[in-house]
Design a protein around this ligand. Structure first.
Ligand SMILES: Nc1ncnc2c1ncn2[C@@H]1O[C@H](COP(=O)(O)OP(=O)(O)OP(=O)(O)O)[C@@H](O)[C@H]1O
Length: 625
């Protein structure tokens, strides 16, 4: 009845059929008729009838009406039988087809590849499809997911060429045989289990030579002269590289001296070692605003001590302030973290910075400077930029851009009452994408580079709510007492020493963060539920039990158009939070998958807008002359 009432919002047909059986029969040639609502079929973009509500065979005549259909989801209607109706091929706007867990039979229809050219996701798993896997799927250039597992398919798949595929599964089709084609070798081997297929990632086919091995004989054929040439060439290249490095090093150090000079214009000052620290850390919020400036001023007056007294800036940005300005600034405690206390410092010039006062840094100066220089060199739009640092024996300060919209944690869990900024799908998925890009960028800097402390309080938001990951590189600066000792729902199961982090452990933490974004539950809270389960395990069980939509934060469920994409993000979160590190996708893939599902929900949204506009145009059009 909602649908009937709101014509312009009529894009998703969600028939309330739970608990009763709907028979597909020729008499109810419209899906709206089963649901007992009146609607215009050519405006239905999503048809979703999950659960055990349908029986029998889908008759002809239903789908030709649904010309705007983009998503068809008929899952786990275990009594839905027979071949798929041939006129489903007339829904040429279809992008997502989820038909898993039914009892469909017959061959996989050719219309999937001949007519539905925009298909992105096709899930036919868990049916009774027979015959071959159509090689015509090669024509579907947008296809990302092809799930065909648990059917009765036979023949070979060696002619399949699906270079853009992310998710592929043909497991438990016992009659499938022959070799796995090149484009599918990146897929996990579990997706080929229960078949007679061979070749990577499974065992090699009889008579097949591994590519890695086949290179060796050609190496053996190299002549002694060629080997000598390669060796000499490599040595020369190495010398040139060393010379270049030397040159870059010299240039950098001369630049650094310049930046020190700028800072030296200001009065040299040094922070008072320990006395004010307790005063600074004791206060919070407004109270600290009064305490902190005094402490800063007093510190500025103290001289002496060991080490450099300058604020060292990174990059080519204009140095708009110096240490003295910073110490004079009015400060407010933002919070106390693992590595020290963070302050908001409003400088006289009207600039606001975030200053982190590190505690428990045991690293020798040289090593500290090297590590912090590496952090300062990292530059990406989804990372909080470190602008400058200060080091002496007793004080270490890090100066960051201030992020005015606070942290994701505060946004999600902060104010649930009146005046709350509701976080819709658009914002949440945007935050997920930005954060994923930031972390992926960090990971791209080298296989040993990881963040080590991904969590929602370390995802900060700039004034346009663009996410920026903060705190990277700090875990390597801290001493043993700075390791997070509270219950930490973000930590991967294999991480026993929190300072020994890895990229795969970051992926796990990011998976938990995604679950937090989708469910609105903080991982540490989840630990306190009656069952004592953690967020990943709870989400997994919910998905297994097929009550997926129960997991989502109620704020998200207002965006019903994007539910399919939400389910995909949930699946991605679960993939990231896999127990075994090897099963977790790399961050670059995570970012790509979020990008893709956001694009698809955006297109759905744009469609809905243009449909509405078209409708208004029609209503406003002048009548016949
Ligand atoms: N650049 C910044 N701009 C605005 N707020 C910030 C900035 N950096 C940190 N904060 C805020 O200051 C508070 C303390 O941050 P901090 O990073 O010190 O600790 P944390 O994130 O709570 O824990 P951890 O140290 O384990 O990461 C957090 O609420 C955080 O959102």
């Amino acid at each position: 009845s909602d649908l009937a009432a709101d014509r312009s919002a009529l894009l998703a047909l969600r028939a309330a059929v739970a608990g009763r059986t709907v028979l597909w029969d020729a008499a109810s040639a419209s899906p709206c008729a089963w649901a007992g609502v009146t609607c215009e079929n050519d405006r239905v973009a999503v048809l979703r009838l999950p659960g055990d509500s349908l029986t029998g065979q889908i008759p002809l005549g239903i789908f030709p009406n649904l010309t705007a259909l983009r998503t068809l989801s008929l899952r786990f209607n275990t009594r839905l039988t027979g071949p798929l109706p041939s006129d489903l091929g007339q829904c040429v706007a279809l992008r997502n087809v989820y038909l898993q867990g039914n009892a469909f039979s017959g061959e996989i229809p050719a219309f999937f590849h001949d007519r539905l050219n925009d298909l992105v996701r096709l899930n036919l798993a868990g049916n009774r499809f027979t015959g071959e896997v159509p090689v015509g799927f090669n024509k579907l250039v947008r296809l990302r997911t092809l799930y065909l597992q648990d059917n009765l398919l036979s023949g070979t798949i060696s002619a399949l060429d699906l270079p853009n595929i992310d998710q592929f599964n043909v497991s438990n089709n016992q009659l499938l045989n022959g070799s796995i084609p090149r484009s599918l070798r990146k897929i996990d081997k579990s997706s080929f289990a229960g078949t007679s297929l061979c070749g990577r990632p499974l065992n090699l086919c009889p008579g097949e030579v591994d590519e890695a091995d086949s290179v060796i004989p050609s190496k053996k054929k190299l002549s002694a002269g060629a080997i000598a040439g390669i060796v000499i060439g490599s040595v020369v290249a190495l010398i040139i590289l060393l010379l270049l490095l030397l040159l870059i090093f010299r240039r950098n150090s001369s630049q650094k001296t310049r930046s020190v000079d700028v800072a030296a214009v200001a009065k040299e000052a040094e922070l008072e070692p320990q006395a004010d620290k307790s005063a600074l850390e004791a206060g919070n919020g407004v109270a600290a605003a009064a305490v902190a400036p005094a402490a800063y001023n007093k510190a500025a007056a103290v001289n002496g001590g060991v080490g450099s007294k300058k604020l060292v800036f990174f990059g080519a940005v204009p140095k708009a302030f110096d240490l003295e300005d910073l110490l004079k600034a009015s400060a407010e405690v933002l919070g106390k973290g693992t590595f020290g206390t963070a302050y908001k410092a409003v400088l006289d010039a009207g600039i606001t910075m975030a200053v982190k006062r590190l505690r428990d840094v045991t690293l020798p100066e040289k090593e500290f400077r090297e590590k912090i220089e590496a952090v300062g060199a990292v530059d990406h739009e989804n990372l909080v930029p470190l602008r400058a640092y200060y080091y002496n024996r007793d004080e270490k300060l890090l100066v960051y851009d201030y992020m005015p919209m606070g942290s994701l944690s505060a946004l999600l869990h902060g104010n649930r009452g009146a005046g709350r900024v509701p976080l819709n799908w658009e914002m949440r998925s945007g935050i997920a994408l930005g954060a994923a890009r930031g972390i992926a960028y960090l990971h791209s800097q080298g296989s040993s580079v990881s963040h080590g402390n991904i969590k929602s309080s370390n995802i900060l938001l700039d004034k346009s709510y663009e996410p920026r990951v903060s705190d990277f590189g700090l875990s390597q600066l801290s001493g043993p007492s700075s390791t997070p000792n509270r219950v930490d729902g973000y930590r991967a199961p294999e991480v026993t020493d929190p300072r020994k982090v890895s990229q795969k452990a970051d992926v796990y933490s990011f998976g938990v963060l995604l679950l937090e974004l989708l469910t609105g539950k903080a991982p540490t809270h989840a630990l306190l539920t009656e069952e004592g389960v953690d967020l990943p395990r709870w989400a997994q069980s919910v998905v297994r039990e097929e009550w997926t939509s129960e997991v989502f934060d109620f704020e998200l469920l207002r965006n019903q158009n994007a539910e399919e994409e939400m389910v995909q993000l949930l699946q991605l979160a679960i993939d990231c939070a896999a127990q075994y590190p090897d099963k977790r996708p790399p961050m670059s893939e995570v970012a790509r998958r979020i990008e893709e599902l956001r694009r698809s929900s955006l297109e759905d949204f744009q469609d809905s807008v243009s449909e509405t506009v078209r409708d208004v145009d029609i209503d406003n059009a002048p009548g016949p002359q």
